[in-house]
Design a protein around this ligand. Sequence first.
Ligand SMILES: [Mg+2]
Length: 257
Amino acid sequence: MPLILVTNDDGIHAAGLATLAEALAELGEVWVIAPEREQSACGHALTLHRPVRPVEMGERRFAVNGTPSDCVNLGVLGFLPEPPVLVASGINHGGNLGDDVTYSGTVSASMEATLLGVPSIAVSLLDGGSLADAAAAARLVAMRVLVAGLPPKTLLNVNVPPQSPRGIRLARLGHRVYSDKIVEQRDPRGRSHYWLGGGEPVWAALEGTDMGAIHEGYVSVSPVQLDLTNHAAVARLADWGPALSAQLKGAGERRRQ
Ligand SMILES: [Mg+2]
């Protein structure tokens, strides 16, 4: 049986993690390596300043004092008896849509797997949705990935709507409109502190986006690529290189005078 690594950012005790592990059990030998406590919104953080230690919680099930990306590194780079053929991250409790994927520990685990050359899916369930619906979607997408593979340096970000899904739709990532304000409060000693991330997110045009698909009751599947280069801009800004070089040289000569 091929080996499948399951991780998350909600922690080893999250219901979504157990559901995802169970959903993929018929596709391979599932190993779970997940953070010992919740790491939501930790992004792509790696633990480099202290050792990480997997603690066995059950058969092929380990808790780690680290981040989702730590768990993927352990799983892919030698802790498991053989490298996994798939890394599945989730099922996150709450959506990971559009620009918010950059904060997401769930999606970052998939990014880490992709960078390490292992196909990966990240699965998130919007608040109020059914884990059974998310499990069914995750199993179908995972099976497809195992059979058909993925384009290079590309992961699939899957979000499941809060109602029973009408279908599955490929979608681009939407853009969030940053209308959030920070909320200032004072502590009993009169010092200010601030809450980030208050307020409902507002989204730009929904057409063709993951947010739009969710809005219409579909599971969204967004291929996310890890080449962050803006290739058009490399060409468009090409003359900046010689121009800045000349200025840099001029500044050096003035400094030496
Ligand atoms: Mg989470």
